[in-house]
Write a new protein. Structure first.
Lengths: 465, 465
């Protein structure tokens, strides 16, 4: 890429070819400077960085270097830095700060970011931090913590501008000028509420500017409101933003009163988090452990592998049932993984589409039967195609028509099973309130392994012995 | 959930318990009404629906019902409806419309949405649609089509408000009032450009309202701009939005001039798409085929399964090398899938974290060696733990210490390999410019299968024969 985008603080600050973010050479330079104790040499670099870039730099450094660099910058810390850090790294640096410093950071952040940071303070330190907040900030933090984790209440900003619906454009503009000190520094729309503080509309600021002072607010407001409520799961909120392509949404309490606002940039973060969760869980990882220490990572992954060991042993027990057949025809042992693995792969394809469709609320009881039918047909057709292919391979390899026919029949049967189980397993797990992204894969491959081995070896035992 | 959020057009319109979206009973009611030909009964329902909800309804219906319902509403079509439809369904309904109707829809949409819709018009119809657009709209569509697919140029809106940096607040407000007809209906900030039309800052409308008429625009503008360029991949643009938690970003052309704007709600859609792509590809599915017809789905999945068949046959060939050992000790055939499957699962864990970290630009050549070291250690520790576990299981099962020791040794070796390959494979594929999400899984499991079988059967052949 030869074109360098116009980008005032970045291209100038870093001289990098990338259009955003930090450079690898910067990371290396820092590591070297830190290891040589030449911290002051870095000040030039660091001052040119956006808070999110300094966060990236801290994440990219080894933990010793990170400690040194953070210690060097903690005196002139931009509170925003903490909002950009990965959870694991954030916990680390928060430990480095004393309660007074953490309290100062939290005071400067907007409510949603402040809560995010506070959640990562070690449990035994939280009381010390709370004690150092002002009474009003302490109340805000405590209140936000009463909302469930990952809820709209934690995600929202309390800072917003609202006016009554019977106000005029003139009233509103005067109010905004007079109360400037109490209002957010920058904002883009105004919420309109009724006498009970229920949201009834929004007014983009552009409409305020274009209308005469005597126009009533409720004559120019947008009335298609989609509200989130405090306890709403952030995933639900994200689905609502997608559904209506929203830019922002009011958050209401139990009695429908306006208490905060969620904006699309908050949702970007949520969608990222939720997608990451699904990707990782489908891969058998509970949480992003990229920055996690070796032992924590090992422990977290162990439990998933243990479940898989159980599944593998079940498959082995099934094979063990047919030891006589294998002893007589060793070709069975050679070919049996093919049937199991093709079933596993076909099932995973179906499963992936089904889990994604469940998350997007596209797969519902209303269309489950239709989708299941489709997947079984797809499995059946591909089963037939691969039956022919693998049947010929086995026939040529071992020079036995019977082996070819047996593997062909097992293949069709296992791919039909895979299509059926690929939709059914996530649906059943969901009904049992187990996250389909977590459990589906292991249940599915256990099924396709068992069915694959039983159909292939069982058929062989009947035909050959 | 007993609480029903305040939500004016939804709760009233549909009487649903969900806080957004359509109800299953609605889908069923529609299917019945359509099958009975009582289309007019549905009008009451349909009028209460948001365009995105009608889109969901069309997606949820069987294809015959969809055809009937769309035919019924095409006369009073809200153009927005098309922007909410899944690609596959959109192609279907666009076929139902004639070129004149499609042209009318495209004329009413904003540039980014118009292009989205136009792309899904059948290739042989596109010329007919273009011919029916006004000259200026035709030029806009043609221009947008010169930008690469999934680029910032296709994503941006051209509709924006920009002023020169030496203007005053007064000039700006007057301009907005006088030119109201040419400006977007609603907007939230103003772009500031220099004499060459390069963006130099933005002014949230709230700042315009709070400042006196004689204040210069460049004294109140925000100067931290992060620009996208026309050819920038939408995935890069999304990473930039995440990096700086942006609300909007200007798009510039080759000479750095402002040509459009991307907002966070566009990015929500991109992130969704990109995350979906990664999830599906890791599961061996090329594209979301949830709404795709049976034969298209079968064909698309076949090629991936064919690759997997190749991998499975390689594993079988490896097993075939040790047929003598299996013939003598049938326990080997029974236990061998355990070693291979544990390697595959452990490798998939590492791989998933690595592929995600690559997509987020967290895994880079700068930290690759460190992450690889970590994953090998994690693999080694878990390998030892599962070696002990599985060693005892095999010993008790077959009453042979040797079998237990052999499977233990093979387990450690395969889990070390899995940790190493889990990071290396995606990095190598990325270097070879192959999407790591597509190819990594099959390459990895081939490696862990082969290494698993060779180490277990090979060791057994040496020790037991």
């Amino acid at each position: 890429m030869t074109y360098r985008p116009y980008n005032n603080d970045l291209v100038d600050g870093l001289g990098t070819e990338r259009s955003y973010g930090i450079d690898e050479s910067l990371v290396r330079t820092c590591e070297v400077a830190l290891s040589m104790g030449r911290l002051d040499d870095l000040d030039g670099f660091i001052e040119g960085l956006h808070a999110s870039e300094l966060a990236d730099l801290l994440e990219a450094l080894s933990s010793e270097s990170r400690y040194l660099l953070f210690n060097h910058v903690r005196g002139r810390l931009d509170p925003e830095l903490l909002t950009y850090l990965d959870d694991v790294v954030r916990e680390d640096v928060l430990e480095q700060l004393g309660p007074a410093e953490v309290a100062a950071v939290i005071t400067e952040l907007e409510t949603d970011d402040a809560i995010d940071v506070f959640e990562d303070v070690a449990a035994e330190e939280q009381a010390h931090v709370l004690a150092r907040l002002s009474a009003s900030n302490r109340a805000l933090v405590k209140q936000a913590l009463t909302y469930p984790e990952d809820s709209a209440g934690r995600l929202m900003q309390r800072e917003l501008v609202s006016v009554l619906k019977d106000w005029s454009v003139g009233n509103t503009i005067d109010y905004m000028r007079e109360r400037a000190a109490d209002l957010p520094r920058d904002f883009y729309e105004i919420y309109v509420v009724d006498d009970d503080r229920r949201p009834v509309g929004t007014v983009p600021l552009s409409r305020l500017m274009r209308n005469q002072r005597d126009v009533r607010i409720d004559d120019i407001m947008l009335t298609k409101l989609h509200s989130a409520y405090l306890e709403m799961d952030q995933e639900e909120a994200a689905l609502m933003f997608r559904q209506y392509a929203l830019f922002s949404a009011p958050v209401v309490n139990d009695t429908g009163q306006l208490v905060g606002v969620i904006t699309a940039d908050d949702i970007v973060h949520v969608i990222d988090e939720e997608a990451e969760e699904d990707i990782l869980r489908l891969g058998g990882v509970r949480e992003d452990d990229f920055y996690e220490a070796v032992l924590d990572t090992t422990r977290a992954r162990f439990s998933w592998l243990l479940v898989n060991l159980g599944a593998a042993i079940i498959a082995s027990l099934v094979i063990g049932l047919f030891d006589a057949a294998i002893e007589q025809v060793v070709a069975l042992a050679i070919l049996m993984p093919v049937v199991a693995s093709m079933g596993g792969n076909a099932g995973t394809q179906t499963l992936t589409v089904a889990v994604r469709a469940l998350a997007m609320k596209e797969l519902t009881p209303a269309n489950a039967a239709r989708i299941m039918g489709k997947e079984v047909i797809v499995g059946g057709i591909n089963g037939l195609l691969f039956a022919v292919l693998m049947g010929f391979v086995a026939w040529f390899w071992f020079g036995e028509t019977t082996i070819g026919l047996i593997i062909a029949a097992a293949m069709v049967f296992n791919l039909l099973t895979a299509g059926f189980a690929g939709v059914t397993v996530p649906l059943l797990l969901q009904r049992m309130r187990i996250d389909p992204a977590v459990g589906s894969a292991v249940v599915l491959t256990t099924i396709t392994d068992v069915v694959g081995f039983v159909s292939f070896l069982g058929l062989a035992a009947i035909v050959l012995l």
